[in-house]
Design a protein around this ligand. Structure first.
Ligand code: NAP
Length: 309
């Protein structure tokens, strides 16, 4: 049986791994399908303290992993598909393997939110993508008009990145003001290749019959007018949904699926702690996730120590 299992290998999970490893608890980290988490899909991270020139997201996460491993954390490339938190020890099923643990830290992060269109689903990976850094350099997008959907920091970041490849990048947002931080919004809106399309939503992605993206049908939410815009790629950057489905009904969460901490990193289930984007709908930063991972590890350590007395 494990002492501590950490679900997730983003900033929260790997910081929890570092702290529990240094406490000699030899944590087992179940990395999920994307080791290193969402930050590995970012280019330069400019707001993680200690890196005045910025740091590549993938490099930052690789370093965090090495640091945790140096003190005895173990990484297992596996995704949790079932959990039983109703009794001790807690039981998890990860890629078909049963794992029992005295203590659990959930740091499962969040995944990309989808527009919810049938055409989006049918054209995924055929021009529809959720990650510019992963897919932006593909030949199919080179010197072509591209569409980014969203108005937050992610959408601005994706649009700026895509200016390297596309002929023009349309930033389609449902309101007439960006949600993004001022620095990102100013960078995006002042870029000569980025053209904002305000008050508009994507009603359909074209062309399912052709089996590839050829454009979008846009609807202006103020006038209801519909227009078509030709493009070779649609990059959806409209936020995230917490990866907490396997815990539904077993742990307290809000209506959107964010786990509700009960003071600090504790949850309503004693011995289960939570950290990072799966419990944070407010800050959602690399550094806040890391801080929450640290708090969860310290609380897990205290919980285990108290059980031994
Ligand atoms: P976000 O801040 O939640 O923004 C999501 C955007 O998508 C909003 O503009 C929202 O519109 C729009 N949206 C949501 N649902 C939609 C739908 N169904 N159809 C059309 N548009 C929809 O998400 P994010 O940009 O991924 O950022 C998440 C967090 O990470 C934030 O805290 C952000 O600061 C941080 N982040 C920081 C950086 C950086 O500093 N470089 C980079 C990336 C992310 P409304 O505005 O109308 O709600």
């Amino acid at each position: 049986m494990e002492k501590v299992v950490i679900i997730g290998s983003g900033c929260a999970g790997l910081t929890a791994a570092l702290y529990t490893a240094r406490a000699n608890l030899a944590p087992l980290v179940l990395t999920g399908r994307q080791p290193g988490g969402l930050l590995t899909t970012t280019t330069v991270v400019e707001n993680y303290p200690g890196f005045p020139e910025g740091v590549d997201g993938y490099e930052l996460m690789s370093r965090m992993q090495k640091q945790a491993e140096r003190f005895g954390a173990r990484m297992q490339f596996a995704t949790v598909e079932a959990a039983d938190l109703s009794r001790q020890p807690f039981a998890l099923t990860a890629d078909g393997e049963r794992i029992e643990t005295e203590c659990l830290i959930i740091a499962s992060g969040a995944g990309h939110r989808h527009l919810g269109l049938e055409s989006e689903r049918l054209l995924e990976n055929k021009g529809v993508t959720y990650c510019a850094t992963c897919d932006g350099a593909l030949p199919v997008f080179r010197n072509q008009p591209l569409v980014v959907v969203g108005g937050g920091d992610s959408a601005c970041e994706e649009a700026l990145y895509l200016t390297r490849f596309g002929s023009v990048v349309y930033l389609v947002h449902r309101r007439d003001a960006l949600r993004a931080s001022r620095i990102m919004a100013e960078r995006a809106l002042s870029h000569p290749k980025i053209k904002p399309v305000w008050d508009s939503v994507v009603a359909e992605i074209l062309d399912v019959k052709a089996g590839k993206v050829t454009g979008v049908r846009l609807k202006n939410v103020k006038t209801q007018a519909e227009t078509e815009l030709a493009c070779a790629g649609v990059f959806v950057a409209i936020g995230h949904v917490p990866n907490t489905q396997v815990f539904k009904g077993q742990i307290e969460m809000d209506e959107a699926g964010y786990i509700l901490p009960k003071g600090g990193a504790a949850t309503n289930v004693p011995g289960v702690f939570v950290a990072g984007d799966c419990a944070d709908r407010v800050y959602r930063q690399a550094i806040t996730a890391a801080g929450m991972g640290c708090a969860a590890a310290i609380e897990a350590e205290r919980y285990l120590a108290a059980r031994q007395v």
